[in-house]
Design a protein around this ligand. Structure first.
Ligand code: SF4
Ligand code: SF4
Length: 337
């Protein structure tokens, strides 16, 4: 008898992880597949798709499970999953994360917000919504959100053995980072315990969320003559908030000596400057603040600052979605707790 709770027409139980580069969804997908294959003897496969950037771009990780008697001959991205895991709410802005979710499927979101708000932003019509505050757990345990998300995913995929993933966590960390084994097991256990569920009834005659594949606006019929790109490429609208791991730099203007050491080390040109005339009538550049839209939370600027003008503070989960809360300046987006 199969231990899988449900299967599609090809005999697969499928999971899709929606994430942002840097949050560890690729590793979480690998560990999930390993726990099913090595721990339970299922057949399984896992692969990820991501852009060329190391951090900040959307990432998808796909996991397929089937009984040991079934061969896996499908290697395409998963379009109609039974379970979706959303690692960061900033993704809603650019990716239709719930696309293709089966009508009896479960979508897990890393969020500190209430069910109905998350449902509204996901545009979820039916199915089960699961929420875990993976960022809060990761910050508290000094680990990463992917392990807390794994805990919640194991609670959802209750045919998987949690003990199997504890062994995978041990194997993954004990060689290079033995000091992280215990903290990661605690993070996994908290994700498993703290995930909460709400089921939204499926109206009669409702089918699953239709899968939509993002299409390029330029094709053979619409491209310009010679295939010339007429718009300049830039990253002005990009929001790097999804790369942050729960901490951001806080700027204190009073302590700043305008030395620009922070700007020199910042990889994403987050520092906003303005011209001012000093007491001697000389024009100087003064630091106005940090544009959190581009800040990936690497905290290099804090190490570089020779005064206490920059310090580390904990970020309030979910603000990147609203992204309108200003700190010191109207044009500087982002917010702090
Ligand atoms: S933490 Fe500092 S150095 Fe890193 S991206 Fe943000 S502003 Fe730039
Ligand atoms: S490194 Fe510190 S003191 Fe220097 S400009 Fe940046 S915030 Fe101001």
């Amino acid at each position: 008898m199969s231990i899988l709770p449900t299967k599609n027409e090809l005999g697969f139980y499928e999971i899709r992880l929606e994430s942002i580069g840097g949050l560890g969804a690729n590793l979480a997908g690998k560990m999930l597949a390993e726990a099913g294959v090595l721990g339970l003897g299922l057949n399984g496969s896992n692969f990820s798709s991501y852009g060329s950037e190391k951090k900040g771009s959307p990432v998808k990780s796909f996991i397929r499970f089937c009984d040991a008697t079934t061969d896996i001959r499908a290697h395409s991205p998963i379009e109609e999953p039974h379970v979706i895991g959303v690692f960061h709410e900033a993704l809603y802005k650019t990716v239709n994360v719930s696309s293709g979710l089966k009508s009896d499927g479960i979508i897990l979101v890393n969020s500190a917000r209430v069910f109905d708000e998350v449902k509204r932003d996901l545009n979820l019509q039916h199915g089960t919504l699961a929420i875990v505050d993976a960022l809060k757990i990761a910050v508290k345990e000094k680990t990463r959100v992917n392990t807390a998300m794994l805990g919640a995913l194991f609670r959802i995929c209750d045919f998987l053995d949690p003990e199997a993933i504890r062994n995978v966590i041990k194997r993954t960390f004990e060689k290079k980072y033995p000091q992280l084994v215990e903290a990661n097991i605690r993070t996994f256990d908290r994700g498993y315990e703290e995930v909460v569920f709400k089921k939204y009834e499926t109206p009669q005659d409702t089918h699953q969320n239709t899968f939509s594949r993002p299409l390029s606006s330029l094709g053979f019929a619409t491209q310009t003559i010679g295939g010339v790109l007429t718009t300049q490429g830039n990253s002005m609208e990009k929001d790097l908030g999804g790369s942050r791991q729960g901490y951001i730099p806080k700027f204190d203007k009073e302590s700043c000596i305008n030395c620009a050491s922070c700007d020199t080390v910042c990889p994403d040109l987050c520092f906003v400057w303005d011209k001012r005339v000093n007491k001697r009538g000389k024009q100087i550049m003064t630091l106005q603040g940090i544009d959190y839209q581009y800040c990936k939370g690497c905290l290099k600027c804090i190490e570089a600052c020779p005064t206490s003008a920059l310090s580390t503070i904990q970020e309030k989960q979910g603000f990147t979605h609203d992204n309108k809360v200003s700190q010191n300046f109207p044009y500087i987006s982002g917010g702090i707790s």
